[in-house]
Design a protein around this ligand. Structure first.
Ligand code: AMP
Ligand code: GLY
Length: 433
């Protein structure tokens, strides 16, 4: 099999690794890729993920069997549709199906239409700024303010005072998130524990990968601003069998059926971001792609033929036998970020110690580059993802932090409590489950 992967983050590094090491032994190309990805994949010579013309020519010349789209932007821009029109097999939803992620307003109305549990909500356009501010003044606190469109995980504000809520609304309407903030969703705050569930979908059928838990806030103890994700672990013990069944019957199945009714069957990875409140699941967000950094952990515990799984889903005939076990053992992922992220940060710092770190864990590249002398330097907000595997969560966490001790770059920042709450809450002991 011959596969092209679009993207350049830690998620794509993990996807490329899992595809390249699949039992079906595919050849993998990547674009734009990153220095870590190119250990497993060949470059295509194309740098723009939305350059559909070059991509089509490449796929035809190289007889590519499958294109896997990692990030949301090319999905929202309709790259999957354009490639399919040329007869290319794509793992990733159409532009219409990707609206589950690209418009929170669409997603909320969709959930309302199909009776899928989610937080109470209302929405306002930029012409209704005064009404929006009046509305939040009448709400109980905290209250959640979301930009409608794509904002790289930064368009959600949890306001604990009316002043904060009003300031968030003002900021969104004054263009802080570009056109993504032309409409805001104001949502009831759900108090519970979060989990991310990924369904590999062929339009009608699906299989679930291991549930994961992300750590969205910047600081230890789940404090500070929301980020794209600072660390994850899998499987999340929070999702027991009973909850999983509830998630499938109340959320995954009606979502796939709903998308068929909307003439936008979902082919790709459906990411359901959940809040578990009093043992019941609510959708806090849909994503139309694999999560980052959850994927790094989810693929670490996956056993089966990942390339065959994605290919069969993309062809519309999911091959369940390609997944042997969703979760074997435990995995932890810690994001090493540039100080200042998710705000502004400096780049260009030398990275050292990856080889030593690899004695304890995998090191995925998220925001790295090579300088003119071929040395590895920082080139993004999330720089590296350290992902471990062990037969207990405690050991997986320990391996991650041991690996991190080996790595150095200036202004490196990471959370030191990834997975710690799960260990405490679920009393997970060494070797236990
Ligand atoms: P989203 O991009 O919609 O997933 O929001 C980012 C993060 O904000 C989520 O992962 C939650 O931690 C938090 N969040 C979003 N919506 C809510 C809500 N209704 N109640 C509580 N927390 C929320
Ligand atoms: N980790 C959250 C996301 O990928 O959106």
């Amino acid at each position: 099999m011959r596969i092209v992967v679009l993207g350049s983050g830690g998620r794509e590094h993990a996807l490329v690794r899992a595809l390249a090491e699949s039992e079906s032994k595919p050849t993998v190309w990547a674009l734009p890729g990153n220095p870590g990805i190119f250990h497993y994949a060949k470059p295509t010579g194309i740098s723009d993920m939305q350059d559909v013309e070059s991509l089509t020519t490449f796929c035809q010349e190289q007889e590519i069997d499958l294109v896997v789209i990692g990030p949301e932007a090319p999905l929202a821009a309709g790259v999957a549709d354009a490639l399919r029109l040329e007869g290319i097999t794509v793992f990733g939803p159409s532009q219409a199906a990707a609206r589950l992620e690209s418009s929170k307003w669409y997603a909320k109305r969709f959930m309302q239409r199909y009776g899928i549990p989610t937080a109470q909500w209302t929405s306002f356009t930029e012409d209704e700024a005064d009404e929006a501010c009046e509305y939040v003044a009448s709400c109980s606190l905290p209250i959640v303010i979301k930009a409608d469109g794509l904002a790289a995980g930064k368009g959600v504000i949890i306001a604990s005072t009316v002043e904060e809520a009003t300031a968030a609304i003002d900021r969104m309407f004054s263009g802080a998130f570009g056109s993504a903030g032309k409409r805001v969703i104001i949502e009831e705050f759900l108090c519970g524990e979060e989990a991310s569930v990924f369904a590999i979908c062929d339009g009608t059928d699906y299989v679930l990968l291991a549930p994961a838990q992300d750590h969205k806030r910047l600081y230890d103890g789940d404090r500070g601003p929301n980020t794209g994700g600072m660390g994850a672990y899998a499987p999340a013990p929070l999702i027991n069998d009973q909850l999983r069944q509830q998630i499938e019957s109340a959320i995954i199945k009606p979502t796939l059926q709903g998308m068929i009714s909307e003439n936008a069957p979902f082919v790709g990875c459906l990411y359901v971001g959940l809040m578990i409140v009093d043992n019941a699941p609510y959708v806090v967000e849909y994503n139309a792609r694999f999560g980052d950094p959850e994927t790094q952990s989810v693929l670490e515990v996956f056993r089966g033929d990942f390339a065959r799984l994605l290919y069969s889903a993309a062809r519309g005939r999911l091959d369940r036998s390609a997944l042997r076990t969703a979760a074997e053992g435990w995995s932890c992922t810690v994001v090493l970020a540039s100080k200042g992220y998710p705000g502004s940060y400096q780049t260009g710092f030398l990275i050292t110690g990856i080889e030593e770190a690899q004695r304890f864990a995998r090191v995925y590249h998220a925001g790295t580059a090579l300088d003119s002398q071929g040395r590895l330097i920082t080139a993004g907000g999330r720089v590296l993802n350290v992902t471990s595997h062990a037969d207990s969560l405690a050991a997986a966490i320990d391996h991650c932090y041991r690996a991190i001790e080996c790595i150095h770059f200036e202004n490196m920042y990471y959370r030191s409590d990834i997975g710690a709450r799960a260990l405490r809450k679920h009393h997970l002991l060494e070797g236990g489950s």
